[in-house]
Design a protein around this ligand. Structure first.
Ligand code: NAP
Length: 334
């Protein structure tokens, strides 16, 4: 297949572009500010809010599948920048879906678990009614709806808290000022000996980016359309997720302090429960999202295999125990 990946320098985009290339697909990756570092992948500059440029790129390259990972997803930033959030997450997604349709391409987009209000008990399925509580969530939901109306050959994949190993020193903060991903941010705090305050009252389905990339390609290679949840198989609070991650990598848990969301005074409301069932994905394309244990095994492997892994982190991983210098307080920004 000829695959165009939008946001190929981002956390998920980089994984999906690399995997597609390794599977033998011909890959073109776009970036806006962070260049794509992957050999064998043709790269080009694209801002999805530039409607004319989107059209030009799609007509020039005529991919068979477009996988759109591009978004403004700093939830608090979106709350105070609603026009920018809507321009990227709703309108930009519409331009890409419409241009894909005109170019004869299938459109695969990433949405979010935050489309739900979070008041349900237990994991949400695709038949549950959305109830977005923040600007970010509304912009993503309206992006889903715009894409489906513009291109009948659209698949929407909804993940939840995406994490993966990314080198801590690299400038991986997103365009909207969000530093690293949740897990890498958390690890950096622990490595610096900081006390990390993590909420116990936000439950999600933490999703390893590598696992999501495989699910996205399975969806891209299939002919299914519509909305699919593609999230980690184990619902966990942010606090429990951090405990599992810290324990797995050999950090003592006393530096992880449980707090309530109210203590963070986050600008945008978060759903208390945004865990997702990915059963429909399994039935439709035969791909099962990972349980947390397997996902953490995979993340740990990618850390050990990274030649650029900082020596202190390698020591912790190999020794199975950390020796932080003493806590200083830091609250979770996510
Ligand atoms: N991270 C999470 O916890 C999470 C949870 C649920 C859903 N999601 C969704 O998952 C998707 C991928 O997230 P991620 O973790 O991979 O984020 P990321 O690492 O921040 O990557 C986002 C990508 O979007 C690109 N982008 C931003 N604005 C753009 C624009 N106007 N035009 C074109 N590209 C643009 C960025 O490009 P540059 O960096 O080059 O500017 C970057 O490559 C997003 O759709 C997000 O809404 C994320």
């Amino acid at each position: 297949l000829k695959v165009l990946v939008i946001g190929a320098g981002g956390q998920v985009g980089a994984k999906v572009a690399r995997l597609a290339h390794r599977k033998g697909h011909s890959v073109v990756g776009t970036y806006r500010s962070r260049a794509v570092e992957e050999s064998g992948i043709e790269t080009l500059l694209l801002d999805k809010t530039d409607r004319a440029r989107v059209e030009e790129v799609l007509q020039q390259h005529r991919p068979q599948v477009v996988i759109d990972t591009g978004a403004l997803h700093n939830v608090d930033y979106c709350e105070s920048h609603p026009e920018e959030a809507m321009a990227v997450n709703r309108d930009g997604t519409r331009w890409v879906a419409a241009a894909s349709q005109r170019a004869g391409a299938r459109f695969v987009m990433i949405s979010t678990d935050y489309v739900f209000d979070g008041l349900r008990t237990g994991p949400y399925s695709e038949t549950d009614a959305p109830g977005p509580a923040s600007v970010y969530a509304r912009s993503k939901l309206e992006g889903e709806q715009a894409a489906i109306s513009e291109n009948p050959d659209t698949v929407v994949a909804r993940p939840s808290v995406i994490y993966s190993w990314v080198p801590l020193a690299s400038p991986t903060g997103s365009a909207s000022g969000k530093p690293l991903n949740f897990a890498s941010w958390f690890l950096r705090q622990l490595l610096e000996g900081k006390e990390v305050r993590i909420v116990t009252d936000q439950i999600a389905s933490p999703t390893l980016a590598d696992d999501l990339a495989r699910a996205l390609l399975a969806l891209a290679e299939s002919s299914v359309t519509g909305v699919f949840h593609a999230a980690g198989a184990t619902p966990l609070s942010r606090y429990d997720f951090c405990r599992r991650l810290g324990e797995r990598l050999g950090f003592p848990s006393e530096h992880i302090v449980p707090i309530d969301s109210a203590a963070l005074r986050q600008a945008a409301p978060r759903p208390p429960n945004s865990s997702l069932s990915s059963e429909k994905l399994r039935r439709a394309v035969g791909y099962s999202m990972q349980e947390i244990g397997l996902a953490l095994d995979e993340m740990q492997r990618s850390m050990v295999e990274d030649p650029g892994l900082p020596a202190p982190l390698r020591d912790v991983l190999l020794a199975g125990g950390a020796r932080p210098e003493g806590p200083s307080s830091r609250a979770a920004m996510f």
